[in-house]
Design a protein around this ligand. Sequence first.
Ligand SMILES: O=C(O)CCC(=O)C(=O)O
Length: 265
Amino acid sequence: MSRIIDRKYTQDFIYRVLSEADLSFYEDQGYLLLGRTLTDRGLSLMQKQCMEVWNAHKESFKEGKTWTQNALLSDIHHCSDVACRYFFSGPLVDISVSLVAPNLKGASSQLTFKMRHNTQSFHWHQDTGYAELAPDNTVTTLTALDDCDVENGCLWIVPGSHKQGRINVNYTNEDRKSQVEIKLDVDESQARPMEMKAGECLVFHNWMLHKSEGNRSDRDRRVLFLRYADADAVEVYNEHKPRLGRLLRGVTKFPEIETYESSLL
Ligand SMILES: O=C(O)CCC(=O)C(=O)O
């Protein structure tokens, strides 16, 4: 029996299909700016629900705390119905199928809220450095819940940098536990700020070099990260066990993924 949900929530989300030009741009540059993926209604619902969860779980920014403590909240789809619908039945599912694989699972969800005056930066890294999966073609999607610009700490990327492949950083499980930050040395001459309006979405390859600077403005910079992986992707750093995540399209060879719920739906 198929558990795959193929519902469309058009009041909240804007669905689109990638063109051949989009696909070749992604292959060459390693990212795509998708424009709006949330309607006005979807955006305000997402802001409201995510903010409620954030306020219930997080304290305000403090110097000396880690990035994770100050700016990150994992598994938002466990706590917000609209984040869950967007993750599992929103426009990013079929877009990720086009970019990753016909067999697809949701790999992770998180809020990264760099609130006003959170001056912490997040150094150059590839997402694969923190959590290598195999196959290593995961996509990261960033949906802006506020307007994001250089002043309030938008994401910076180096277009095309995914082409150099995975950079081995020897990130150990001890580093992972202690929330050590990866700090790659990067030639920034080709770096570009990804300025976005609230409700817009950016998608990029797991090997894309990216970073962000502190928020030096009087405005919050709230974003939602959702990651999608091949349905059979395993965690290289965790004895090659399958990454747990809901199967969204196609099939998987892992029975534990076949039956994995991780969902409010
Ligand atoms: O949200 C940010 O400013 C950076 C976060 C990031 O790059 C990540 O979580 O991989």
